[in-house]
Design a protein around this ligand. Structure first.
Ligand code: ATP
Ligand code: MG
Length: 183
């Protein structure tokens, strides 16, 4: 499974619809301070269900919507779509047969958040379920952010275990058990 491209529209500094392809080997995003490099990573986290505004470097969840600049008015909604190359069939269930999988999230100024899987509306849970246990889940280690390595080194054994369980694919089953017990 590989992230093949991302489409942003109205997300943070990406007011104009923008598509960024990720090539097979390696893609580097370079540019001056404040040009929007980290916003691309925030967008990936956001689509995958990030629900903490702080983790997206904002105060409220609607802060991800383009809020205007000296030349442009604020806009009313933000959306981001991730395209995954699934030629190896690593995604679970009915998605395994699909060569490409699209995951999209949209938010409006009134705070309504919508998720889409291959163009059809779905629940947030449908998205988080796909990635739980792949390293791209909520306890993601596929994205290594600034300060994360030292946090890992200094973490308590119980915290480290969470990452090991995600790598081993156990977290998916633990989450299912937790849900059943809290029902
Ligand atoms: P650095 O090299 O300093 O890490 P960067 O390229 O990672 O910079 P980002 O942090 O991705 O930059 O982008 C910051 C820019 O995004 C700022 O100019 C900020 O004004 C803009 N920005 C963030 N949220 C919004 C928003 N909701 N609407 C408009 N612009 C936004
Ligand atoms: Mg940055």
């Amino acid at each position: 499974m590989r992230l093949s491209s991302i489409k942003l529209a109205g997300f943070k500094s990406f007011v104009e619809p923008t598509k960024i392809p990720f090539l097979d080997e390696m893609t580097c995003v370079v540019g001056p301070n404040g040009c929007g490099k980290s916003n691309v990573i925030d967008a990936v986290r956001w689509v995958l269900g990030e629900s903490s505004a702080k983790n997206l470097r904002g105060d409220a969840m609607t802060d991800v919507i383009f809020n205007g600049s000296t030349h442009r008015k604020p806009i009313s909604q933000a959306s981001v779509e991730l395209m995954f190359d699934n030629a190896q069939g690593r995604l679970p269930g009915t998605l395994a047969d699909r060569n490409t999988v699209s995951i999209k999230r949209l938010v409006t100024r009134d705070g309504q958040s919508l998720y889409f899987l291959n163009g059809s509306k779905c629940r947030k849970r449908d998205i988080t379920d796909i990635f739980l246990g792949t390293g791209l889940g909520p306890r993601s280690y596929a994205i290594i952010e600034q300060g994360m390595i030292s946090r890992l080194i200094e973490s308590k054994p119980q915290e480290l275990r969470v990452f090991l369980e995600e790598a081993a694919g156990v977290s998916k089953y633990k989450e299912r058990r937790r849900e059943t017990q809290t029902r």
